[in-house]
Design a protein around this ligand. Structure first.
Ligand SMILES: Nc1nc2c(ncn2[C@@H]2O[C@H](COP(=O)(O)OP(=O)(O)OP(=O)(O)O)[C@@H](O)[C@H]2O)c(=O)[nH]1
Ligand SMILES: [Mg+2]
Length: 247
């Protein structure tokens, strides 16, 4: 059981001025529309409908925040989150590159996205979700151009790996690494990066992504016993509110 399973919807934002003011680390999932961001978040949080994933591209049109900490895992999912116990946020960003969005809306998204990844202080890392069959399209490079100068870590998740055979998977990883190494050299930049294969369908790379996200948010500093203690504590808290059974 991962601490990410405690994820709860926190808020949805369409303007930078409405970003949540919690001072906890955030990890944001960026990528082309339809790449599989929402699906990846759902699977990592072990919840089917935390994020709205869909066959129709352009589904996630706002910045959606999910809190980790301050809530139960499992059967108590409707319990209220204790705001003061939130330890990190996962952020589902609107996908880029969806052709059928009207110009004005597209500009609005781009500005929102660009400003968020460049300026958000709490943003501790970017998870760049890319289809393993075509990593680093021009729009992914645009995202890189916004974010890389911050010098913060990037973890690339090459998803839909189920569509590739072993050889192709190895090549995809090698190619993606090459793009980032060359980008660093070309731009005279340095930023920590890592990458992995992932498939929601075949459940490839889930543990690896989970461990990476916990590392990047500092959640791996929370030892398991703390999590179960917190869960126990929260059960006691919610039990109080319930009507006691007749003696
Ligand atoms: N084969 C396969 N399909 C996947 C995988 N991950 C996601 N998909 C499918 O890809 C489609 C898009 O997934 P979403 O998670 O909604 O994509 P998104 O990146 O959130 O898209 P936007 O919200 O438009 O930005 C859905 O039909 C998913 O079922 C995977 O690992 N393998
Ligand atoms: Mg989505």
């Amino acid at each position: 059981m991962s601490i990410l399973w405690q994820a709860r919807f926190l808020t949805t934002v369409n303007h930078l001025r409405n970003l949540p003011e919690l001072a906890v680390p955030e990890v944001a999932f960026a990528g082309r529309s339809n790449a599989g961001k929402s699906t990846a978040i759902n699977i990592l949080c072990n919840q089917k409908k935390l994020c709205f994933a869909s066959k129709t591209p352009g589904r996630t049109q706002h910045i959606n925040f999910f809190s980790i900490g301050g809530a139960h895992v499992g059967q108590h999912r409707k319990d209220e989150t204790r705001q003061d116990e939130i330890r990190a946020l996962l952020v589902d960003l609107p996908g880029y590159g969806y052709a059928e969005v009207p110009g004005a809306a597209k500009n609005h998204w781009n500005q929102l996205l660009g400003a968020y990844v460049q300026k958000r202080e709490q943003l501790s890392a970017l998870i760049l979700i890319m289809d393993a069959r075509r990593p680093f399209t021009d729009l992914d490079k645009q995202m890189l151009a916004w974010y890389a100068p911050t010098g913060r870590p990037i973890h690339c998740v090459l998803t839909k790996a189920d569509k590739l055979n072993r050889n192709e998977q190895t090549n995809a990883l090698r190619e993606a690494k090459k793009v980032l190494t060359e980008y660093e050299a070309q731009m005279g930049l340095k930023f920590p990066f890592s990458m992995q294969l992932f498939s929601a369908l075949k459940r490839i790379g889930i543990e690896e992504a989970d461990a990476k996200i916990r590392e990047l948010t500092g959640l791996d500093q929370i030892i398991e016993s703390d999590v179960s203690e917190q869960d126990k504590d929260l059960s006691a808290h919610t039990e109080q509110g319930k009507k006691s059974p007749a003696p």
